[in-house]
Ligand binder design. Structure first.
Ligand code: PTJ
Length: 264
């Protein structure tokens, strides 16, 4: 353990406290065998987009989270897919969201090894998860996906009608959609293939987005099916993506014309 979360190393008053805490969680996750080195690089890319977005949840991201939660509460078999970065960054939120929506957690990795799957399952259990799919299930392959990401549990992602993914690489969203599933993706980069191909794109930092999803799920699980379906029917992912690009453009054009950033 690096121990940098100690108040003396990263004081709460540090202007970049939250960002540094997330880095620490990933470094600790790396040391515990949850996160791969490539995951640390991926996080750096996400941070760059988050900087441009002003490191906050925008209304367009909230709309996308709301739609994803509405799907989770109305789908026949929703599943939350968990990779190394997601598990290290937001284990508690993942477990809470799973409990509130009834969507099981399934460990699904790009850089797959049984050891990593075991370490991530164990980590989620330590954070309160009772059931985590990924080990010892009946394995199936998602058609058209050659990477290890294509290895899924029959009773989990394989038979799901809705899948929430986050901090994903390339082509899996397309494979999931081809298999007839509705996909919501958390991705700070609206240019990415995942962001462009998902049915619902949550352009926000995964920890913030999952915390918001937990809050909304606690509220929306008391809603009628009709009200949840209205949220789904009125959702427009193209408009959400367009607003994400506009938010970036606005901050960039302010900075370009004034030489100072637009404070959130
Ligand atoms: O744990 P594994 O083996 O499944 O591997 C996970 C990684 C992250 C290594 C793998 O999925 C990967 O290589 O992902 P990419 O291709 O780097 O894509 C990750 C995407 O997530 C990029 O578009 C990043 O901008 C974005 N991203 C990174 N960190 C965050 C994020 N989006 C939201 N929240 C973050 N914290």
């Amino acid at each position: 353990m690096s121990g940098a979360l100690d108040e003396w190393v990263i004081p709460r008053s540090h202007p970049r406290y939250h960002s540094l805490v997330l880095r620490e969680r990933l470094v600790e996750g790396f040391e515990k065998g949850l996160v791969v080195p490539q995951g640390l690089i991926a996080h750096g890319r996400g941070e760059a987009f988050d900087y441009i977005l002003g490191e906050r949840t925008h209304p367009f991201a909230e709309r996308a989270v709301r739609a994803a939660v509405a799907y989770m509460l109305t789908s026949r078999h929703p599943v939350i897919s968990v990779n190394g970065n997601m598990a290290a960054l937001a284990p508690r939120e993942l477990v809470q969201l799973s409990e509130l929506t009834g969507a099981p957690l399934e460990v699904n990795l790009f850089y797959r090894s049984e050891e990593r799957v075991k370490a991530i399952v164990q980590h989620l259990r330590e954070h309160g998860a009772e059931v985590v799919l990924g080990l010892g299930c009946s394995k199936k392959r998602l058609p058209g996906l050659e990477s290890a990401r294509g290895i899924v549990c029959e009773e989990g992602i394989y038979s799901a009608d809705f899948v929430l993914v986050g901090i994903e690489d390339g082509d899996r969203t397309e494979a999931l959609r081809r298999a007839g599933k509705v996909v919501a993706a958390i991705d700070l980069n609206p240019f990415s293939r995942t962001a462009q191909k998902a049915d619902i794109t949550i352009v926000d930092e995964a920890t913030r987005a999952l915390r918001l999803a937990v809050r909304l799920a606690a509220e929306m699980r008391g809603w009628s099916r009709g009200r949840l379906e209205e949220v789904i029917q009125s959702y427009d992912n193209r408009a959400v993506l367009s607003e994400a690009f506009k938010a970036m453009l606005e901050r960039l054009s302010h900075a370009a014309s004034k030489g100072v950033i637009l404070e959130p």
